[in-house]
Design a protein around this ligand. Structure first.
Ligand SMILES: Nc1ncnc2c1ncn2[C@@H]1O[C@H](COP(=O)(O)OP(=O)(O)OP(=O)(O)O)[C@@H](O)[C@H]1O
Ligand SMILES: Nc1nc2c(c(=O)[nH]1)N[C@H]1C(S)=C(S)[C@@H](COP(=O)(O)O)O[C@H]1N2
Length: 192
């Protein structure tokens, strides 16, 4: 079986300098372990907010380590050193604007400043690359989305669309725990 390879990239000047411990990679790892029901392997990188370094790490994860999915966290805002979306677009084959649109919709349920994030998603070769904001708590918020007290989905989490996207890119089959995130999959694409 083709095991899903997931690249995790935390973009933070202060975590890189040791001003605070990086919470981005642990938050990504925690969420994935709660949500994924099929096996996967992870490659993690911590980088400062430097566009050439971010581009280099993204290319290494896609081109050399053959990742199917890359999640970045941090550096999506309007500040001068926030360049993660710029690096992501610079190495992209194609943009997937729906992810950014949905992320900002989800985030408005949590913070009034959601539209300050320029986060996007792209495809490079076999890989889907998705930017998430830097606040560690925003990782679960954006990947999982919003449910009301009865469990009905108010804003679908980003990860609901990830397994089908990776399948369309001819990547491995990813199954999720439905109580965490219910992934969309058309009948024709379901595993028998
Ligand atoms: N990797 C991280 N680990 C822990 N906390 C983080 C991390 N990245 C961001 N944060 C927290 O989220 C806030 C917003 O994230 P943002 O990406 O805008 O960081 P920043 O203000 O540019 O700082 P830096 O790049 O130095 O982490 C930060 O100010 C910090 O409190
Ligand atoms: N879910 C969620 N989205 C969020 C936030 C957040 O805390 N949670 N912070 C917002 C703010 S204040 C900013 S400036 C932008 C960019 O954040 P980043 O530079 O940390 O990526 O994300 C926005 N989106």
């Amino acid at each position: 079986m083709n095991t899903c390879r997931i690249g995790l990239v935390s973009v933070s000047d202060r975590a890189t300098q040791g001003v605070y411990p990086d919470q981005g990679i642990p938050a990504l790892e925690d969420w994935l372990s709660s949500a994924l029901a099929t096996p996967y392997v992870v490659e993690s990188r911590l980088v400062p907010d430097e566009q050439p370094l971010i581009e280099q790490v993204l290319c290494e994860l896609v081109d050399q380590l053959d990742c199917h999915l890359i999640l970045t966290t941090g550096g999506t805002g309007p500040a001068r050193r926030d360049v993660t979306p710029d690096a992501t677009l610079a190495i992209a084959d194609r943009e997937m604007p729906g992810f950014g649109e949905q992320m900002r919709q989800i985030s408005l349920h949590f913070v009034p400043t959601a539209i300050l994030s320029r986060q996007t998603a792209v495809i490079r070769k076999q890989a889907l690359i998705i930017n998430l904001p830097g606040q560690p708590k925003s990782i679960k918020e954006t990947l999982e989305g919003v449910k009301d007290s009865s469990g009905a989905v108010v804003a679908a989490g980003l990860f609901a669309s990830v397994p089908y996207c990776i399948q369309l890119l001819e990547g491995p089959y990813i199954e999720t725990h439905p109580e965490v995130i219910s992934a969309f999959r058309p009948k024709s694409a379901r595993r028998q």
